[in-house]
Write a protein of this length. Structure first.
Length: 488
């Protein structure tokens, strides 16, 4: 099989796989396609929707917010201006994901083949696997859809033998940062590579490329009185800087998707560390590998110290650079027909995607079923709602303002109020009519212990209280219980 032919076949199989993963849901009736998007995706969509109504950036029309990664927010805003908030918007988001999966594949293949001279079939198989990880963690609509291709493109720029504009590198740095703010850890580490290997690098021009990032940080400080988005501040409600294990525990799961985007990359990191002991490895490969391994390790440790929240699927973008470097380090040890490996990867991703596309239905998602139940309840129950976990899709479906009780899309004052007040007082401060409690602790039928956010480790700061009343209503699904309390 000719080289270009194999490349085209790989792209074809990837697009088929991506379409099975992302587009088959639209053949279901009604709005069941909503079930396939991550709940946090709806924080973006609802904030944009409410901003159009209110004339200022807000999730609920009550408080201003900056609880989002800016680049993806503004891209979704442009799409929403053109398409509105119906099915068309969601289809286009998925089509963008499919298109960018091809970019991830092409840029990965370029990095492995052109920069590090890996054998063609091995490079194609490796690039397909990385692209499949991208699809699994990006299919829910989160900002990593653009972060991952930007990071791989940046790696290609930095490893070019010929001269590359320092301003261009700075600009791509900015785009990576604005797409996913915690990528700053990788960007800082990659500066070590620049200093060591990019001779003649112009740091003045590089800093000019960082102006969009500086503008974002200063605008945050001016408008919201905080450098970081409020979602980051809300996740750092912790009374101790002692590391907690929740973050690390969330990495370990034998859910099939989790094995692909978490356990396999973690295993590959351990193998990479062993392979790095080989003294014959080129210096730039060694440095880039160490940086790629340090990125997830530093971020996981940082999260366990300042936050303790678990990792959701889109967080696993942190393993993409280390996975690519693993394939480079492991290449000399691959023996036999590499075409067989390519065929096996193609069959694997097609079968996996076919199984997901055919058998996974919207009604299998309790988040969707619960949100639809709350939507039905809210039709003739007007007022201000409040809810913590799983509030994204609910906020998008109901026609009432919603206070996000974890603070993720609220403001600095709310986070302060959350830390300082009992939950019932907090609800009263924000004139809440209906409070939706996720899996509250039932003491008896008229006595319930409630808390938001849900306390996942002893150091976490939450607002809690006891409600002395019978729930006004409830929505019970297989794995989740929503109890609705009438507050006014």
């Amino acid at each position: 099989m000719k080289k270009n032919q194999t490349l085209n076949y790989s792209l074809f199989f990837l697009v088929i796989s991506a379409s099975l993963l992302l587009l088959t849901k639209y053949f279901e009736s009604g709005d069941k396609y909503l079930a396939f998007f991550d709940d946090d995706f709806y924080y973006y969509i609802q904030t944009i929707k409410q901003t159009f109504k209110s004339g200022f950036i807000t999730f609920n029309g009550i408080v201003v917010t900056n609880g989002f990664h800016p680049l993806w927010f503004w891209l979704l805003t442009i799409l929403s201006v053109i398409l509105g908030f119906g099915k068309g918007l969601f289809i286009v988001v998925n089509i963008i994901t499919i298109s960018l999966s091809a970019v991830v594949f092409s840029e990965s293949h370029k990095l492995l083949t052109d920069k590090f001279q890996l054998e063609e079939y091995y490079s194609l198989a490796s690039s397909l696997f990385v692209s499949f990880i991208y699809l699994l963690i990006g299919k829910g609509g989160m900002e990593v859809i653009i972060t991952i291709p930007l990071i791989i493109y940046l790696l290609n720029l930095l490893t070019k033998d010929e001269s590359v504009s320092s301003f261009k590198i700075g600009l791509v740095y900015s785009l990576c940062f604005l797409s996913r703010l915690d990528s700053i850890i990788l960007l800082i580490l990659l500066t070590i590579y620049i200093i060591k290997f990019r001779k003649g690098f112009n740091f003045t021009k590089f800093l000019i490329g960082l102006i969009p990032s500086a503008f974002y940080l200063l605008s945050n400080l001016f408008f919201y009185h905080t450098l970081m988005p409020i979602s980051g501040m809300a996740k750092q409600l912790k009374n101790s800087y002692w590391p907690v294990t929740n973050t690390i525990e969330s990495l370990i799961s034998f859910n099939p998707n989790h094995i692909i985007y978490s356990l396999i990359p973690i295993f590959c990191i351990f193998i990479s560390i062993i392979l790095l002991m080989n003294k014959r490895i080129m210096s730039r490969i060694k440095v880039l590998s160490i940086i790629s391994i340090l990125f997830p390790l530093v971020l996981i440790l940082f999260n366990s110290i300042v936050s303790g929240w678990g990792f959701w699927p889109w967080y696993y973008y942190i393993f993409i650079p280390s996975q690519l470097m693993f394939f480079i380090l492991f290449a000399p040890y691959i023996r036999g027909n590499k075409k067989t490996l390519w065929v096996m990867i193609v069959i694997f991703i097609l079968c996996w995607s076919f199984g997901f596309g055919i058998f996974k239905k919207g009604i299998h998602y309790d988040n969707y079923n619960g949100a639809k139940g709350i939507q039905e309840f809210s039709i003739d129950k007007k007022g201000v709602y409040a809810m913590g976990d799983r509030a994204g899709l609910v906020s998008f479906l109901i026609e009432n303002p919603l206070i996000q009780m974890e603070g993720l899309v609220m403001n600095k004052q709310f986070v302060h109020d959350l830390k300082s007040n009992k939950l019932l007082k907090l609800l009263n401060m924000y004139d809440v009519n209906y409070y939706i409690a996720n899996n509250p602790n039932r003491i008896n039928n008229s006595k319930w212990f409630v808390q938001d956010p849900y306390k996942i480790h002893p150091s976490q700061i939450v607002s809690s209280d006891t409600i002395y009343s019978v729930p006004y209503d409830s929505v019970i699904v297989k794995t989740w219980k929503y109890y609705i309390f009438k507050m006014k």
